[in-house]
Design a protein around this ligand. Structure first.
Ligand code: THU
Length: 160
């Protein structure tokens, strides 16, 4: 028997200017994506921008519904749109912004567990690390791979 520790590494930024030009551009795409958010029930608006291997950027935003569970998060909207419209293209980086009433929160917008699980499968499918940027106006985080935000991923491929 032994205790095992996990190390999770990520980068923290205190302003958008500290990020690489490519990451800044993706965050700005996520900010644009947030404008498409339809969230009349929670008033929490999320935007996501997903960079594909060929430079294509696919935007997503959260879409709510009066039948609450029928809605979908911004991240999954972007990933499913990318997979549906650009099948086979590897997903490289996903930027996320969020806040109430179409503003952007000070702290990073962290994705829900269901979105992390979907990220994990597309990362496996793509065969390359999918990095995630969680942006807030006073603090932003970048994780280099989904494993760092979802350790012990459920992966049915492992069960075979
Ligand atoms: N939401 C997202 O779109 N992404 C997240 O990472 C967290 C939550 C949405 C779902 C719902 O429309 C609203 O934010 C409030 O939970």
């Amino acid at each position: 028997m032994k205790t095992v520790n996990l190390d999770i590494n990520f980068t923290e930024y205190s302003s958008i200017e500290e990020m690489s030009p490519a990451d800044q551009a993706l965050v700005r795409e996520a900010i644009e994506a947030q404008k498409g958010s339809y969230a009349p029930y929670s008033n929490f608006n999320v935007g996501a921008a997903l960079l594909l291997e060929d430079g294509t950027v696919v935007r997503g935003s959260n879409q709510e519904n009066a039948a609450y569970p029928s809605g979908l998060c911004a991240e999954r909207t972007a990933m499913f749109a990318a997979s549906a419209n650009h099948p086979g293209k590897t997903m490289v980086c996903l930027a996320i912004v969020g806040g109430f009433n179409h503003e952007i929160a000070h702290s990073p917008c962290t994705p829900c567990g269901a979105c992390r699980q979907v990220m994990a499968e597309y990362q496996t499918l793509g065969g390359k690390p999918l990095s995630i940027i969680m942006f807030g106006t006073e603090k932003a985080w970048k994780f280099d791979r989904v494993d760092d935000i979802l350790p012990f991923i459920f992966d049915s491929f492992n069960e075979k």
